[in-house]
Design a protein around this ligand. Structure first.
Ligand code: ATP
Length: 238
């Protein structure tokens, strides 16, 4: 089963945020979506998860045309995303934050409670379950964001800069967690990430955007040796 974007274009007024981009994500693989600031990465993830309608192009989920689907419809079909800034309900406990994600997709209250505990245990957050979400450390807050996504049993998990703000040790730990999720749940994972060490270790394939267009794609080794990538990416980083 695949999540597939073909020929996707998004414009905001005169800005070409995403221009004719095609990308495929299969279950069980981890793909890195990289590129300089403003390249269109978040916009593409928004399109792939129903948070943004493309101006042209098509999204298919398991071969089904997703035209007109709401974000909830994407989630029900297993396309689940996280946000750059984790949006937890500060007045609720950690477990309740995971439960609300499940309730919003129509899971019953008792099942939501059980599944939330299971997933928090899996992510080594069991002892945080009854804590108020506002008392979490930054790193744990980000893990709860992933727990909310994972509780929804994704077939495709789209992670928007999951390592942002983490230190090197925490980022490495997160890389292991993401690889473990793929191994244990078999979902296809798309990771927006600026940390090149993390993406090259973690991802089978990379898709590079620059000013809305696909600049390069392939294995990390192929992308690293691609002259267009070297020019644009090292130029942007300098
Ligand atoms: P970053 O790495 O900084 O998060 P990005 O690669 O995710 O960047 P996007 O956030 O997708 O890039 O933005 C792509 C372009 O579209 C940028 O020029 C941005 O300013 C613009 N843009 C994004 N969202 C909107 C919006 N809602 N309205 C207007 N312009 C937008």
């Amino acid at each position: 089963m695949e999540l597939e974007a073909s020929g996707v274009t998004v414009r905001f007024g005169g800005i070409r945020a995403v221009e004719d981009v095609s990308l495929r994500l299969a279950e069980g693989e981890i793909v890195g979506l990289i590129g300089p600031n403003g390249a269109g990465k978040t916009t593409l993830v928004n399109v792939l998860s129903g948070f943004q309608r493309p101006r042209t192009g098509q999204i298919r989920v398991g071969g089904e045309n997703a035209r007109g689907w709401s974000a909830h419809a994407f989630a029900r079909r297993g396309v689940v995303r996280t946000f750059q800034a984790v949006r937890l309900f500060s007045g609720l406990t950690v477990a309740e934050n995971v439960e609300t994600a499940l309730l919003s997709t129509g899971v019953g209250r008792a099942a939501a409670r059980t599944r939330a505990r299971d997933i928090l245990g899996y992510l080594h957050l069991a002892e945080r379950a009854d804590m108020g979400a506002s008392a979490l450390s930054y790193g744990d807050e980000r893990r709860v964001g992933i727990a909310r996504a994972l509780a929804m049993e994704p077939k495709f998990l789209l992670l928007d800069e999951p390592a942002a703000g983490l230190n090197i040790g925490e980022a490495e730990e997160l890389g292991k967690t993401i690889a473990g999720i793929r191994d244990d749940f078999g979902c296809g994972t798309l990771v927006i990430e600026h940390n090149m060490a993390l993406v090259t270790n973690l991802c089978e394939r990379l898709h590079v955007l620059a000013t809305g267009r696909t600049l390069a794609e392939g294995t990390p080794a192929e992308v690293m040796s691609n002259p267009a990538f070297k020019d644009a990416y090292l130029g942007a980083a300098a």
